[in-house]
Design a protein around this ligand. Sequence first.
Ligand SMILES: [Zn+2]
Length: 222
Amino acid sequence: MAVVVLALLGPLLVVGCTQPTDAVTASAGSGQAAAASKYVILTFDDGPSPYTAKVLAILHAYGVKATFFELGQNVARYPSLTRRVYLAGNSVQNHTWDHRDLRRVSWTTFKSEVLNTDRVIRAQTGYTPRCLRPPYGAVNSLTYRRAASLGKTVRLWTVDPRDWSRPGTSVIVRRVLANVRNGSVILLHDGGGNRSQTVAALPTILRTLKARGYAFYTTWCG
Ligand SMILES: [Zn+2]
């Protein structure tokens, strides 16, 4: 299936790639956008939190944009951070209201988890998320059907360094760099606890991936 790739800082590119039924947007400088055949999608879950501002500063320093799967309850607590994430050119998407296992909730709860999160994100961004990342990556066929009926594309990940478990900055770096490949969706966390190791790992991850020639795309699920 063809996927549209938009290069923000370069000529418009339309290419096919391995990401199914999704649209991704380049955020690299024009040099990397020209070599758009090699890319990763960097994602941050469970924010916003006070660590989000540190992540934004590092992303800005490296000219990288990312996708933030935010919890509605945290958007409600830190609405200005959600606005900053979005205005900096990052994608803000839906990670439910309070991190429920969506396989184990009623349809009524599923709808409130997703739609209330949409509402608070939309209040800060003017944009209604089209991607849904179910907490824990917990999905079944019903989850997919319910997500689709709300107009959402389920968006998981392919590289998980388990940064949330705080294994050490160098371990986070090594797990990402050892497993990344073209088209990888990298899972990191800017909320849900102490994320100082994730913040400390980020510059090395970004510097190394850029040196390897990767562009950084955001995902918007169409
Ligand atoms: Zn999460």
